[in-house]
Design a protein around this ligand. Structure first.
Ligand code: MCA
Ligand code: AMP
Length: 520
């Protein structure tokens, strides 16, 4: 890689195996892509983007179904030096309108089915280029890219240049764009490559990653994808997770990353046994708490001890249970040790250090920590301490052996099947519905998704309000995974003496709601 060029793509490209005709990606419907295919396709797409004469720092917003071509669009955006902005495919127009208004992308790429309403929103917001990309290689993006050269000089970028914006919301419910630089992404990818023992094709037992996560969030787009690319490892690629299919593909893989729901769904399949995972080297879990029960049952069933790690969109990966037994055992219920180069500390509400083993707010620092929220300098300042550490909003402790345990969150957040659901955002929509006086959304345990939202609604004095009607109204406006799985209409919300809604009382009231629900 050219020393001055710190473009992340340059580092990933340098890790491609020497045999470019080797298979880089195998999809679960039998397609094979070589490393040369990736190099040529990303060059053509990068040349297409460069031909649009976009301003430097231009954002490319993408809301498409997962596909290898969608991955290539991500890599091409890096290669062309622009800023990649992935959007969850479940977002509906109200959500997309916000993101496009906030990020003002120069280019939007959407699925063919959504072109009608997405292009309208985009053009209204000043976007001049809207392309389509289907998960079957259809759409205008690839048609246009076909006319461009398959060679492209990676655009120079410094480590401090912006590479991606990932939207994550806060307690206010309005999403914030976490700005990640080439340096944030590359430093984290390099640390994880070493820490998790990724094996390159030239080494004994080259790795094969089973990639079954969405690529519009950090886990699938950066942690899984960069891990495979920066080690030149082959990927077995699933556009959608299916437990039975995944178990079948594990036979040919060595590394798997998932959110806890993927693990509990595979455990529900009789086909999962020691034989199917005989060739596996590493199972990683993150994005949401892995229940100790899941950790234990997985180990009994497969002989593998899941490695749990902890990260955020704003910071990428922060801590990890050890891969190498010489660094210690993997302890269920913990998120391991701070990664090399990451500073992680626990502070009391007053900002002072807590005694060893005591619970407090987790604060972090390191080259992996983002540079701030897009066009929100105030909000950014609020979330860093005076000495420059990022306040994660997670509550945890560090035990006498240095293991980090997350015990809760000070931010009002539900993590459902690995997706973040912000009560404030849902409450905001419910409170605008006719006849509603106020509402509260709380997270309750769920056997499949880990945690799901329950809405509790108080009608105006004379109004008639139906829970089912509220859910139907939300379904028309919000991404499906955000919709509360239960909605109760009550006379009043429990409040403490300060008049604050006691969400803990509501969580307690509904905590058994899904306890006997089927795990699928
Ligand atoms: C789907 N549904 C959900 C969820 N997913 N409900 C709640 N929570 C969910 N996560 C609902 C849909 O609304 C729909 O309901 C029904 O389930 C079927 O939808 P479908 O899309 O078919 O669901 P699925 O294919 O079964 O998806 C479940 C899933 C998916 C595979 C677990 O949620 C998933 O891929 N999760 C991974 C998320 C992820 O990548 N997280 C990483 C974030 P209805 O029919 O009523 O509409 S990055 C991060 O957190 C940090 C940085 C980190 O540390 O990694
Ligand atoms: P996101 O907002 O998508 O970046 O999600 C980051 C949040 O996910 C963190 O702040 C944690 O609350 C949560 N998280 C990530 N990994 C874990 C984990 N292994 N255990 C518990 N919570 C986690």
């Amino acid at each position: 890689m050219d020393r001055e060029n710190q473009n992340l793509f340059a580092a990933l490209r340098a890790a491609f195996p020497s045999d470019l005709d080797a298979v880089a990606v195998e999809t679960d419907d039998g397609l094979h892509y070589s490393w040369r295919d990736i190099d040529r396709a990303t060059a053509m797409l990068a040349n297409l983007l460069r031909s649009l004469d976009l301003p430097e720092g231009a954002r490319v917003a993408v809301q498409v179904e997962k596909s290898v071509e969608a991955m290539m669009l991500y890599l091409a955006t890096l290669r062309a030096g622009y800023v990649f902005l992935p959007l969850n495919t479940a977002y509906q127009s109200a959500e997309i309108e916000y993101f496009i208004g906030n990020a003002e992308p120069a280019v939007v790429v959407c699925s063919p089915a959504h072109f009608g309403w997405v292009s309208k929103l985009a053009f209204q917001a000043g976007t001049r280029h809207v392309f389509t990309l289907g998960d079957d290689r259809s759409g205008s993006l690839l048609e246009r890219a076909m006319h461009h050269a398959a060679e492209h000089e990676v655009v120079r970028r410094t480590s401090g240049d912006l590479a991606a914006i990932l939207y994550t919301s806060g307690t206010t419910g309005r999403s914030k764009g976490a700005m990640l630089t080439h340096g944030n992404l590359l430093s984290n990818a390099r640390v994880l490559k070493d820490y998790w023992g990724w094996r390159t094709p030239s080494q004994e037992g080259a790795d094969v990653l089973l990639h079954a996560l969405p690529i519009f969030h950090v886990h699938g787009l950066f942690v899984a994808l960069h891990g495979a690319l920066i080690s030149g490892s082959r990927m077995l690629w699933m556009n959608r997770f299916d437990a039975r299919r995944a178990i079948d593909m594990l036979r040919r893989a060595t590394v798997f990353m998932g959110v806890p729901t993927l693990y509990t769904r595979m455990l529900a399949e009789p086909a999962l046994d020691r034989d199917t995972v005989r060739g596996m080297r590493l199972f990683i879990s993150g994005s949401a708490p892995l229940l100790l029960e899941t950790f234990d049952v997985w180990r009994e069933r497969t002989g593998h001890t899941i490695l749990e790690r902890y990260g955020m969109s704003e910071t990428l990966m922060l801590s990890s249970n050890p891969y190498d037994p010489r660094d210690g055992e993997r302890r269920g219920g913990t998120v391991g040790f701070p990664l090399p180069g990451v500073g992680l500390r626990v502070r009391g509400d007053d900002g002072a250090p807590v005694a060893a083993g005591e619970v407090g707010g987790i604060e972090v620092t390191g080259p992996n920590v983002f540079i701030g929220y897009w066009r929100m300098p105030e909000k950014t300042r609020e979330e860093f301490t005076a000495d420059g550490w990022f306040k994660t909003g997670d509550v945890g402790r560090i035990d006498e052996r240095g293991y980090v345990t997350i015990v809760g969150r000070s931010k009002d957040l539900i993590i459902s099947g690995g997706y973040n659901v912000y009560p404030a955002e849902i409450e905001g929509f419910i409170n605008e519905l006719p006849g509603v006086a106020e509402s509260a959304v709380v997270g309750v345990p769920h056997p499949d998704f880990g945690e799901v939202g329950v809405a509790v609604v108080v009608p105006r004095p004379t109004a008639e309000v139906e829970g089912a009607a509220i859910v139907a109204a939300l379904k028309a406006r919000l991404a499906n995974f955000k919709i509360p799985k239960h909605c109760d209409v009550v006379a009043e919300l429990p409040r403490n003496t300060m008049g604050k809604v006691q969400k803990n009382v509501l969580r307690d009231r509904y905590k058994a709601l899904f306890s006997d629900a089927p795990t699928m």
